[in-house]
Design a protein around this ligand. Structure first.
Ligand SMILES: Cc1cc2nc3c(=O)[nH]c(=O)nc-3n(C[C@H](O)[C@H](O)[C@H](O)COP(=O)(O)OP(=O)(O)OC[C@H]3O[C@@H](n4cnc5c(N)ncnc54)[C@H](O)[C@@H]3O)c2cc1C
Length: 397
């Protein structure tokens, strides 16, 4: 039995490793178009190990995040990768926030997130002395880690177990066979045809295109959202001890501008969420005509834009102005001043969008004959990757 996994992000490599563990006699090969692992979402994220406070009880996210945290914690310990439980507060600054925070608390308790507690203004001050709010939810087990290091370790495990990780190999076409799948792959030396009994697609920002090659459902489509970060000036990083988040707006799957302490001690402010003009467009000026056309031609994009154009315009303006970032963070960190932010990096989220314009919130895994396609693996998929891998491998024929 031969399995090909497409994509060497954290999800693809976790799946490949799991296969080598539970089906040791079978051959596993990972194909990745870039020349390094973790080149896209996995290497451009916030580095937060989410404890699972936000997710709808009973959803895949809720279940796989909790399981994923435990597995990830163990794995980082085994590999000597930093895993720092810096803790997180979600801060309510007004009455609307307070109402929404009560729902977040309810979900956290229903989801079995350990040691969450509600704090008043004084309790919040004890945990984060510079942060102000009417109330806060504290999750002391929320952690930060180095996801690219985790991904490299997974690739090493796959190789050590006899699997292959072929970098610089782009899948350009797939064709279902009577039994198995034929895959056309481009690499530096030319084009090769490979055959596999089964394929697992973990293509992140290209998940929909890869699924379409084998007759997967038309939706959901991937719509790229760029998330830009600012950095807190080094002399101001003492303003936060751990992770500080606003209360998320339930209409959006993104968490709002937050302050994230990374494993190297730097503090990110962000990310925002701006509709991107290229799936791998990390700069405002990056435009890919095919990506842009596919985004705009999808009826879901028009429906989304019709409903949320005001927020969209605000986010684009925010992307051009540090002051908007500053204002968002000042709501709960009033000491933050004009000179405290530096421009940082950016990531692009693969957000699945349904035909009717609804943003698909939960993880989506589609079975298409011999192909299993991860159609939506947004945050917290890095946190949940080892559990997503268990889930996928358990359902493979
Ligand atoms: C800004 C941002 C912040 C985030 N913050 C967090 C966080 O703090 N915590 C958290 O848990 N999650 C976070 N996430 C989400 C998390 O990073 C992703 O859910 C996770 O990395 C998804 O992993 P993946 O392997 O599915 O995708 P990716 O890492 O994107 O990997 C997909 C791979 O497939 C490859 N590929 C695509 N098409 C082909 C092809 N045709 N042939 C060969 N290879 C192909 C790509 O090159 C890529 O390497 C964040 C994401 C972003 C963008």
């Amino acid at each position: 039995m031969e399995t090909i996994v497409i994509g060497a992000g954290i999800v693809g490599l976790a799946v490949a490793r799991r296969l080598t563990q539970v089906r040791p006699g079978e051959r596993v090969t990972v194909l990745e178009k870039e020349t390094e692992v973790a080149a896209h979402q996995t290497g451009h994220n916030s580095g937060v190990v989410h404890s699972g406070v936000y997710y709808q009880p009973g959803s895949l996210k809720a279940r796989l995040c909790r399981r994923g945290v435990g597995l990830l914690r163990e794995y980082t310990q085994e590999k000597g990768i930093t895993y720092d439980e810096v803790g997180k507060v979600v801060v309510a600054v007004d009455a609307t926030d307070e109402e929404r925070l009560a729902e977040v608390h309810r979900r956290a308790v229903a989801g079995g997130v350990p040691r969450v507690e509600m704090l008043g203004p004084d309790g919040l001050r004890d945990v984060e002395p510079h942060v102000r709010g009417r109330a806060a939810l504290r999750s002391p087990t929320t952690a930060v880690t180095d996801f690219p290091a985790v991904t490299r370790a997974l690739a090493d495990d796959v190789a050590a177990a006899g699997g292959g990780v072929r970098l610089g190999h782009e899948v350009v076409a797939m064709r279902p066979l009577r039994s198995g799948v034929e895959i056309l792959v481009e690499h530096e030396g030319g084009t090769v045809r490979l055959a596999a009994d089964r394929v697992v697609v973990c293509g992140g920002l290209h998940a929909d295109r890869l699924a379409a090659m084998v007759g997967g459902g038309e939706g959901p489509r991937i719509v790229p959202f760029r998330g830009e970060y600012h950095l807190l000036a080094p002399e101001r990083t003492h303003l936060v001890k751990g992770l500080v988040y606003p209360v998320p707006d339930p209409r959006y799957p993104f968490l709002g501008v937050h302050l994230t302490r990374r494993v190297d001690g730097t503090v990110d402010v962000g990310p925002n969420a701006v509709l991107a003009t290229a799936r791998e467009g990390y700069r405002l000026r990056d435009v890919d005509a095919r990506d842009l056309w596919q985004t705009l031609a999808w009826p879901g994009t028009r429906a989304l834009a019709g409903e949320h154009w005001r927020t969209g315009v605000a986010e684009v303006l925010g992307s051009l102005s540090s002051r908007r970032f500053l204002r968002a963070a000042q709501r709960y960190l009033p000491e933050l001043g004009e000179g405290d932010l530096r421009r940082g990096g950016a990531g692009v989220r693969a957000q699945a969008l349904a035909r009717d314009g609804s943003l698909v919130d939960d993880f989506v895994i589609e079975d298409i004959g011999p192909v299993t396609a991860v159609r939506n693996a947004p945050s917290p998929a890095a946190t949940s990757a080892l559990a997503i891998a268990e889930e996928i491998v358990a359902r493979l024929p």
